[in-house]
Design a protein around this ligand. Structure first.
Ligand code: SF4
Ligand code: SF4
Length: 291
């Protein structure tokens, strides 16, 4: 099983539109939507959930008030101001509690216990292209990097079980912990960027990350015709660091329109069909040779 991760340091570069548009060309794919804060791919692919699991991403402290002696040692020890005194006993504000467990260690009455909290859910769904794994972080849910890691692992398991060839990961936007989790174990990264100053600086920060993880990376420049000179300069800069540009796409308002209408680019537009088919033909040998 090979894994292609589609990343973009910056939101709005067209990452999900291009990633989803590639799917019809992949023989036997598994889709992993790692954007656990705002999953789009499941809507685009009309995913039908067949399996749901809760994700336990952390813990909070709880005081058994019947055992509490009211010494408030826990309040003094908590660095996060999460302990209150209520009628002579301690109680914990679960929204402020970071789950560090210090209060439990200092409590002389052994009145504090740690409880696991559900921070999200992840799903295995059926789509017309194959299995898909996606997730939703709960309100106030934390540890999205760990949830992404769970999605990635479940997608790899589904690929083995269903004898699939390629896992396509739609990474979250940005450069934080969830993005790093989505890069782990991939064979090739496709970085989607646009020729703007912020797009370029985010791209190079992303390339620092993939270089660090020794993950072969290629670039697709979206909206290239909006700034032809900047595109040429960006290509020269990428060439200097041996990062191949595998596609240049024009600015096209139908990209975001089709995404908002829940339609796949390659299925709705003949010109995008051609562009994305060509892109897939250039990616496929790289994924195979990278593995
Ligand atoms: S340290 Fe223990 S006994 Fe003291 S107030 Fe906190 S919970 Fe109660
Ligand atoms: S677990 Fe840590 S953060 Fe939570 S109440 Fe106890 S000391 Fe404070």
């Amino acid at each position: 099983v090979r894994t292609l991760v589609v990343v973009s340091g910056k939101g709005g570069a067209g990452k999900t539109s291009l990633a989803s548009g590639l799917i019809p060309f992949i023989a036997r794919p598994v889709m992993a939507d790692a954007d656990v804060d705002g999953s789009n791919l499941s809507l685009l692919l009309e995913a039908e959930t067949v399996h749901t699991e809760t994700f336990v991403g952390g813990q909070v402290a709880r005081v058994r008030s019947a055992d509490c002696a009211g010494c408030l040692d826990c309040m003094a020890a908590c660095r996060f101001g999460a302990v209150r005194a209520d009628d002579g006993v301690a109680s914990i504000d679960t929204l402020s509690c970071e789950g560090c467990g210090v209060c439990r260690q200092v409590c002389p009455a052994d009145a504090i216990e740690m409880q696991q909290v559900e921070s999200g859910r992840w799903f295995v769904s059926k789509t017309r292209f194959g299995p898909m794994v996606h997730a939703r972080l709960g309100p106030g849910g934390e540890n999205s990097g760990a949830l992404v890691e769970r999605v990635r692992r479940a997608a790899a398991e589904a690929a083995v079980e269903d004898r699939r060839d390629v896992v396509l990961v739609d990474a979250p936007a940005g450069l934080g912990c969830p993005v790093i989790s989505s890069l782990t174990g991939a064979d090739l990264a496709l970085a989607v960027t646009e020729p703007t100053p912020s797009g370029e600086s985010d791209l190079f920060r992303l390339l620092d990350l993939t270089y660090h993880f020794r993950l072969p990376t290629v670039v697709a420049i979206n909206k290239a015709d909006l700034a032809p000179e900047r595109t040429t300069a960006l290509e020269a800069r990428l060439d200097a660091v041996d990062v191949p540009v595998v596609a240049r796409f024009p600015y096209d308002t139908s990209v975001s329109r089709l995404l908002s209408e829940g339609k796949l680019l390659s299925e709705e537009s003949p010109s995008w069909y051609e562009r994305l088919e060509r892109l897939w033909r250039s990616l496929e040998p790289l994924i195979v040779s990278a593995a």
